[in-house]
Design a protein around this ligand. Structure first.
Ligand code: FAD
Length: 391
């Protein structure tokens, strides 16, 4: 059997390796090298997977986790770990079970795939863009000339287009009657309309909360930072993936999530008692990052030069409320081209989760990020690519 695979990212490479053991495989990659996106993952270190079990893996998927059930059990994160070590790639596990190559070099991960591709005899065609897929009877014809019995689309999503992921798979999918779930940016910064001048300020141990109709939609605790456009950092990226299909919601920052309102109030009272004649702006330095104080006081409608002994009980209550519910005004998610992952893509309802074969077109397969699947940060997206590629 002759199989054509479109896209030399982790999904396409893994699939080519597996299929290459028993079939004649051609892997098409439009770039001059394989794994261009993989190269920039994990800030050049490649967070290859997460050293965790299948159940925990599923909790870190955003769209269609149940679709992954079968493929994650056939190629689990633990399997991936030992698979790559067996390929001669020593790995290490860091905070949050994140798995990286021991060398800290994503190029070593790409080299491991390449070595195995050579071993199983896959024909890799670089600088070769697939521009058309036609089906004539049982046969697929790529670029009007090459014939294949099966075709696998592993062309990735539509973010970081310079790496080659330009959404070609959506076009091919559509031509074969597949539904495309509107692609949205996932794991991306959030742009704000607040008039902040806080770029570079990073916050630890804060909680970013999303509310819609007074209900809490998402609540993420940890680190974030202010950018020129708004906010970014771990809890912001996670939040972005959860709200990218949501309208009319509100964003709040709890600047002291470890303290209840009552505890925060007692803490502020204590600070106030010790500093009766000082300006509130100065006293707040015990509690909040200096750059943030004027914004919090403005929001609580308290003048920064007011002396502590003039602060009313109502003002103090308003201050507590503001620190627990510091309002961020959502403008938009940052541009999809800067998204770590694309949420949306080929609707998985029309794909067999065991084999990744199209339910509409026999012999046509979709794997990796081109499908409507995305995970959180921590190595989950490359694992999706590898598990679906292996299936
Ligand atoms: P891709 O890696 O996008 O590969 C698709 C390939 O198909 C590309 O090489 C493209 O050139 C090729 N192609 C497309 N169309 C055609 C065509 N018509 N003809 C021929 N070739 C074609 N995930 C993690 O798990 N851990 C991380 O540390 C991590 N860090 C990231 C950091 C950044 C900055 C970014 C942008 C993403 C990161 N991700 C990370 C996400 C991860 O890189 C992707 O989810 C993963 O690469 C998807 O794999 P894929 O094989 O499906 O698609």
């Amino acid at each position: 059997m002759r199989i054509g695979i479109i896209g030399g990212g982790p999904a396409g490479m893994m699939c080519a390796i597996k299929a290459g053991e028993n079939h004649e495989v051609v892997l098409f990659e439009k770039n001059e090298k394989l794994g261009k996106k993989l190269f920039i993952t994990g800030k050049g270190r490649c967070n290859l997977t997460n050293y965790t079990d299948e159940k925990d893996f599923m909790k870190n998927l955003v769209r269609n986790p149940s679709f992954m059930f079968s493929s994650i059990y056939s190629f689990s994160p633990f399997t991936a770990y030992y698979y790559f070590e067996d390929l001669g790639l020593p790995l290490k596990v860091e905070r949050g079970n994140r798995v990286f190559p021991a060398s800290d070099k994503s190029s070593d991960v790409i080299r491991a795939y390449e070595k195995k591709l050579r071993q199983v005899g896959v024909e890799v065609r670089l600088n070769t863009e697939v521009t058309s897929i036609k089906k004539d009877g049982e046969t697929f014809i790529l670029n009007g000339q090459e014939k294949f019995d099966k075709v696998v689309i592993a062309s990735g999503g539509i973010s970081y287009k310079l790496t080659g992921s330009t959404g070609d798979g959506y076009k091919f999918g559509k031509e074969f009657g597949h539904k495309i779930i509107d692609p949205k940016p996932g794991l991306i910064g959030i742009n704000l309309s607040n008039n902040f001048d806080l770029a570079g300020l990073s916050l630890k141990n804060v909680e970013l909360r999303v509310e819609k109709d007074k209900k809490i939609i998402s609540r993420e605790f940890g680190e974030m930072l202010f950018t020129h456009r708004g906010i970014s950092g771990p809890i912001v990226l996670t939040t972005s993936s959860k709200i990218n299909r949501l309208n009319d919601f509100e964003l709040y920052l709890d600047l002291k999530p470890a303290l209840s309102k009552e505890k925060l109030d007692s803490r502020i009272l204590r600070d106030f008692e010790d500093n009766q004649n000082k300006n509130i702006e100065n006293v707040m330095r015990n509690l909040l990052p200096r750059d943030l104080i004027s914004y919090v006081l403005d929001s609580a409608k308290i003048s920064g030069d007011k002396k502590i002994n003039q602060i009313t009980k109502e003002e103090r209550e308003e201050l507590v409320k503001t620190i627990k519910n510091f309002k961020l005004i959502f403008a938009s998610l940052d541009d999809i081209d800067r998204a770590i992952v694309t949420s949306g893509g080929i609707d998985v309802k029309d794909i067999d989760p065991k084999t990744m074969e199209s339910k509409l077109i026999e012999g046509l397969y979709f794997i990796g990020e081109v499908m409507d699947l995305d995970g959180l940060t921590g190595g989950f997206n490359i694992q999706i690519a590898n598990s679906t590629g292996y299936s």
